[in-house]
Design a protein around this ligand. Structure first.
Ligand code: ATP
Length: 236
């Protein structure tokens, strides 16, 4: 059984249909990339999975449980963390306070302290800046904070929306290295990216989205060598 199953979802904004019947699955331990151009529906899919949007049709099943109608905060306690597009850190709170917020579904103080230590180890820059207001961090540091905050919920799966957005090439590499470390640490990853090259380079499998539909899917390395993908998404 797949860890996460998206079954034939259709999602509307008013009368406009953004997702036109999409199915895919994520197995435990995988890194899965959803790639596609602006407006293809990537964010809409992630919001439907994390409970921020409801599909008109279809279902989302996580570890065998239908979570289609489960509210977002409950989904976090089931073990799914969301790193939203544009980071969305709490600008007026310190780095440390932001990280603490990420653990709001957990009770055990000793375990939370342990996770905080792990996050600081993975992101030394966050520890150096733990008392700095999050709004004053650079874009790359805010992305690290958003990822660290998600890890504070000790998720089984982490769902990331465009982690490379607005970052310099060096920082993009750094963020993708960290995603690989998170994956190696045992967390399943579902990644939405416009940077198809980077996403395919770390993913196991990928799904290609065009105007609300999956038009291609398969092994990430094979997709990287697919002529239509090269032309449309890899700028070759
Ligand atoms: P991007 O990479 O630009 O973020 P995306 O693939 O994530 O794009 P979505 O944000 O999911 O795409 O948008 C899919 C479609 O739904 C687009 O046509 C968009 O204009 C539309 N859409 C998104 N949010 C809304 C909204 N709140 N109201 C109406 N239409 C929306």
């Amino acid at each position: 059984m797949a860890m996460l199953e998206i079954k034939d979802i259709e999602v509307f904004y008013g009368v406009i249909q953004a997702i036109k019947g999409i199915s895919f699955e994520v197995n435990e331990g995988e890194v899965i990339a959803l790639i596609g151009a602006n407006g293809a529906g990537k964010t809409t899919i992630l919001h439907t999975i994390t409970g921020l949007l409801s599909p008109k049709k279809g279902s989302v099943v996580f570890e065998g449980k239908d979570i289609t109608k489960v509210p977002a905060h409950k989904i976090v306690s089931l073990g799914m963390a969301h790193v939203p597009e544009g980071r969305r850190v709490f600008a007026e709170l310190s780095v440390y306070q932001n990280l603490k917020m990420g653990a709001y579904t957990r009770k055990d103080k000793a375990e939370i302290a342990q996770t905080l230590e792990m996050v600081y180890k993975r992101f030394p820059r966050l520890e150096e800046r733990k008392n700095q207001l999050a709004g004053t961090l650079s874009g790359g540091e805010q992305q690290m904070l958003a990822m660290g905050r998600a890890l504070m919920s000790h998720p089984k799966i982490i769902v990331m929306d465009e982690p490379s957005m607005g970052l310099s090439p060096i920082l993009v590499n750094e963020i993708f290295d960290i995603i690989q470390e998170v994956s190696a640490g045992g967390t399943t990853v579902l990644l939405v990216e416009q940077n198809a090259k980077k996403a395919l380079s770390i993913a196991d499998r990928a799904y290609v989205l065009e105007t609300g539909k999956i038009v291609l899917d398969g092994d990430a390395k094979e997709l990287m060598n697919d002529d239509s993908i090269k032309k449309a998404y890899l700028g070759e």
